[in-house]
Design a protein around this ligand. Structure first.
Ligand code: FES
Length: 107
């Protein structure tokens, strides 16, 4: 199991333990974490899973893909250098303890 902490726009923390291989989007949606919608089901076609990954985990993430990068431009909230699509990040043991910040809005 992989530990993940979501911190929403108001600062509310939700700590979860999810199976390896779960995406960040799935972890949020399957556990009722508000602030992630995942409208397209994880195919990088909606940007409603936009999130900001804690900087320390950046080197452990798979590089951003062309499709992900293009879709991020459609995100409803401002981007920064920690922005990713949660559906494109699969939780692996290297990401255990990851902290994910959620934007104020996804639509
Ligand atoms: S769930 Fe649609 S882009 Fe991630």
């Amino acid at each position: 199991m992989i530990q993940i902490t979501f911190i929403d726009h108001s600062g509310k923390e939700t700590r979860l333990s999810v199976p390896e291989g779960t995406s960040i989007m799935q972890a949020a949606v399957q556990n009722g974490v508000e602030g992630v919608i995942g409208e397209c089901g994880g195919s990088a076609m909606c940007a409603t899973c936009h999130c900001h990954i804690e900087a320390g985990f950046a080197p452990k993430l798979a590089p951003i893909g062309d499709m992900e990068e293009a879709m991020l431009d459609c995100a409803a909230s401002p981007l920064d250098d920690r922005s990713r699509l949660g559906c494109q990040i699969e939780l692996t043991p290297e990401l255990d303890g990851i902290v994910v910040y959620l934007p104020e809005s996804q639509i």
